[in-house]
Design a protein around this ligand. Sequence first.
Ligand code: HAM
Length: 403
Amino acid sequence: MIKSLRGMNDILSEDYERFTYFINLATEVAQNYGFHFIETPLLEETALFKRSVGESSDIVGKEMYQFIDKGENDVCLRPEGTAGVVRAFVQKKLDKAGGTHRFFYHGSMFRYERPQKGRLRQFHQFGVESFGVDSVYEDATMIMMVADILKKCGIGYRLQLNSLGDQNCMPQYRDSLVTYIESVEDEICEDCKRRKTTNPIRVLDCKNTHCQNLYENAPKLINSLCNTCKDDFTKLKQILDDNNVSYEIDTNLVRGLDYYSKTAFEFVSDNIGSQSAIAGGGRYDRLVEFLDGRPTPAVGFAMGIERLMELIVMPETKRNGYYFGAMDKDSVDLIVKLTQEKRLTQKVFCDYKAKNLKKHLNAADKVNVRYCCIIGENEKKDATIWVKDLEAKSENIIPLQDF
Ligand code: HAM
């Protein structure tokens, strides 16, 4: 039997209901915040992700579904959504147009990671990207938007916050961190040795506990911020405080993608095991420029839909729609006709096989409809239909002309 690839799941039945429930809810929130839908291709030039997510990141270094297509182009399945949206923003010359542009998207992302609970190779994100707003109020708004979506889904969370500085303070901090790493270099893992030269701040979120202990005394970026970054970070915390969004400062939160500056944040859940990040994002003021656009401030986030589906509290589904069934073969044509009429305005299920009443009632119950409508020999003769309201638990025989 051919099976789906490792880390790639089908979404159907109850899962699909959760999936669409989340997309609809998040879409409504994004639209209330003034965001517009954008769809970008699943396949992009590999160079797009090398330049944006960064060659030193695990995503680009180890996890890309990359291949040469029939036209000899080096392409890959998108591992995340931001780079494609920025490419589209520049390609459509919105950077030159100026003003504010806010987008939301949802769709499949692909990362060749080691699959485990909550970690897939094809997974879905809901994300938003905001361009042209050079204000920390926009960062706070992004965070509050995630908090709103999570609250509407009945999901509890912890918000972790950090500032990654900008081109004024980050290089200086990086130098002091490299000096520190060199002082413990004999003891750190091979990955950290590599990170020291490719992107030193990534050592701070090394998962190796021995490394983590060693970095406890490393200089903290939060103490090295320049005045602008420090003021922005203080303001961000104040806005969140004013709006009752609680957070923890995590000075080791560096995110797995290289394009961030200043605000970085992650929402985590304590109820889904080790893959606990349910959303992540931050500011990326230099990415538009890196992708050949006019310098444009930008900030955004993405949420992992599969992880959220584990946590969503679904509203109780009310019975709705109709079920049509016939008790004898000769009545099947009639119920098909009634089904087609009713389908113009209602959700309708129809069973084409003649069955006894009990079997029809069970089937109607299974598909959670409100009305079970049956025609048997008597009903056919009298031009009536037997209708049971499965919610009110009442039953009636109704003339077809009134039905
Ligand atoms: P990210 O933190 O790499 O950020 O991914 C966002 C979310 O996607 C994670 O918090 C997690 O819930 C989910 N996720 C990531 N990898 C997997 C996986 N292998 N299996 C299941 N879920 C996963 C980004 O992708 C950035 N583009 C976010 C962003 C938008 N920053 C600014 N704008």
